[in-house]
Design a binder for this molecule. Structure first.
Ligand code: FAD
Length: 495
């Protein structure tokens, strides 16, 4: 039985372990932390439970697929519900807009709220679906680094329709050309942040993202986001995957261009296959230090995605006007993104994302209270004075929420903790604390993301948000599929 070692128990590492175990490998995971999940983890504080990282769950079928592969019924392990309201939006001019999951209800809401016609929103969503249909097979579900994938008839058909993907305008240019109402432009520009990019630079191809949310839907796992991790760990353990916690891999051993082993707790471990779920930048710079001739320099030099500043607040009352997902937009979106991407700092009027899981899972907060995950987009960590930036941002956020909600929010905070790019980097080894690996701020980004296999080191594979096809839970789960398919085709050489 071939042996596979996985470095890191992030969601992609766990999914890869499940797939390789189903393919007949003996799988062992080495995880630096004392817990699985990486960014997809949770914590408790003063009677409040918080999902620490991801809060928006889309494309649940990629999770279900893992249970089905193992011959299990997904619902026996993992239960989730579709949201009727995806997100509640608050604009600075007082407009409130509800993004209903039902497309017809949503287009009517947009027409009633902004005057943008039902027909134009429908047309926009059809365009988003068209981009999905062209890009899905090419950019997401398969490796971009295997020539044979481009020779498949379905892929060739997609390639001939590439004009549809609108790669030579920015998202903002396309959205501003489409909608008359600035609020709708801002609404759709925001989707760039779903993979940590800038709508004023990212190609309009990313206008595919609204289709993923508005067509396939947004979901809430019954046990909170962290139950994605716990249910998949349970499945992996059932399949015989061995998890080792508090066990960082400190070095990869290579002989010429062949991977020969890894150093774990001072001992050498051997395997036929090694998959790194560690950020690809750190995999090279830490684990392959001294082998710089093996580094894909151009790929590692790509700009990182944005990071986040999160205040986890226990709030001593409930707000009926808020939902699970809420957005409080800034007045000047362009200025906000210029500050993040050009000046590498934070706006005094940031767009605030507020997630309250206790709306759907009441035991996440004491009775009559709510757990507020309050997040703003911030630049990746390049050595900014974060303590000063955090103190200012806290005041700006509280002032804005207090004004819009008509309540002194600061006085309602009964419990608090903060996560900033430094913490994201140190807790999950994500270079510069970026949330989604590299940014998608140019039309070549998809091609400049690291492949799921090393081009130089035989036996080394990669999964997770820093490699193809990119960050976010659905794409991380797809990276696991691509790695497992690649290993299946190549067939591991047994030692
Ligand atoms: P990671 O979660 O990065 O985990 C990597 C693991 O490898 C870690 O456990 C780490 O400890 C381990 N590791 C690193 N180095 C070593 C080593 N040397 N030895 C052993 N182990 C090692 N995505 C969404 O889909 N929806 C969202 O709403 C969303 N919001 C987000 C909000 C925040 C605040 C953050 C941080 C992320 C968000 N994301 C969201 C992105 C999503 O969380 C990530 O893309 C995804 O979880 C990354 O998973 P991964 O498998 O790449 O590994």
């Amino acid at each position: 039985m071939p042996k596979a070692i996985i470095i890191g128990a992030g969601i992609a590492g766990i999914a890869t372990a499940i797939r390789l175990a189903v393919q007949g490998c003996q799988v062992e995971i080495f995880e630096a932390n004392s817990y699985p999940g990486g960014k997809l983890t949770e914590f408790e504080q003063d009677g409040f439970r918080f999902d620490a990282g991801p809060s928006l769950f889309t494309m649940p079928r990629y999770v279900d697929e893992l249970f089905e592969l193992a011959g299990k019924h997904p619902k026996d392990f993992f239960i989730y519900q579709k949201l009727n309201k995806v997100c509640q939006y608050f604009y600075e001019d007082g407009t409130q807009l509800t993004a209903y999951a039902d497309a017809e209800r949503f287009v009517e809401e947009v027409q009633n709220t902004t005057g943008e016609s039902v027909t134009s929103v429908r047309k926009y969503l059809d365009n988003s679906a068209d981009i999905y249909n062209v890009t899905n097979h090419v950019f997401l579900e398969r490796s971009l680094h295997q020539l044979k994938n481009f020779l498949r008839s379905d892929i060739l058909k997609s390639v001939f329709r590439f004009g549809k993907i609108d790669a030579f305008r920015t998202m903002h240019q396309a959205n501003a050309g489409f909608f008359k109402d600035d609020r709708m432009v801002q609404f759709y520009d925001r989707y760039a942040t779903y993979n940590g990019s800038n709508p004023y630079q990212a190609p309009a191809t990313l206008n595919v993202i609204p289709h993923l949310e508005q067509h396939f839907g947004a979901y809430f796992p019954q046990g909170g986001m962290h139950s994605i991790t716990t249910s998949l760990v349970k499945l992996a353990e059932y399949l015989g995957v061995k998890f080792n916690y508090n066990t960082p891999v400190s070095q990869l051993l290579v002989n010429g261009y062949k991977l020969t082993g890894a150093v774990v707790n001072g001992s050498i471990v051997y395997a036929d296959i090694m998959v790194s779920n560690m950020d690809v930048w750190f995999t090279y710079h830490k684990l392959l230090k001294g082998h710089e001739h093996l580094f894909p320099r151009r790929i590692l030099a790509q700009e990182r995605s944005s990071s986040a500043l999160i205040f986890y607040w226990g709030i001593s009352r409930e707000f009926k006007e808020l939902d699970l997902h809420n957005i409080f937009f800034s007045t000047d979106y362009k200025a906000e993104f210029d500050l993040i991407w050009k000046d590498k700092t934070i706006s005094n009027d940031p767009t605030i994302y507020l997630n309250i899981s206790s709306k759907y899972k009441p035991d996440d907060a004491p009775e009559g209270c709510e757990n507020w995950f309050t997040m703003i987009n911030v630049p990746a960590n390049t050595g900014q004075d974060w303590d000063t930036l955090i103190a200012t941002a806290r005041e700006d956020i509280l002032r804005k929420l207090t004004r819009i909600l008509g309540q002194d929010i600061g006085s309602l905070i009964v419990s608090e903790s903060v996560l900033d790019p430094r913490g994201i980097e140190s807790k999950t080894s994500s270079y510069q604390g970026s949330l989604y690996g590299t940014s998608s701020n140019n039309q070549f980004a998809a091609f400049l993301r690291h492949a799921n296999r090393s081009g130089k080191v035989d036996g080394l594979y990669f999964c997770g948000g820093s490699v193809h096809p990119g960050g976010g839970i659905p794409l991380c789960l797809l990276s696991a599929k691509i790695v497992a398919d690649w290993i299946k085709q190549k067939g591991p050489k047994t030692s």
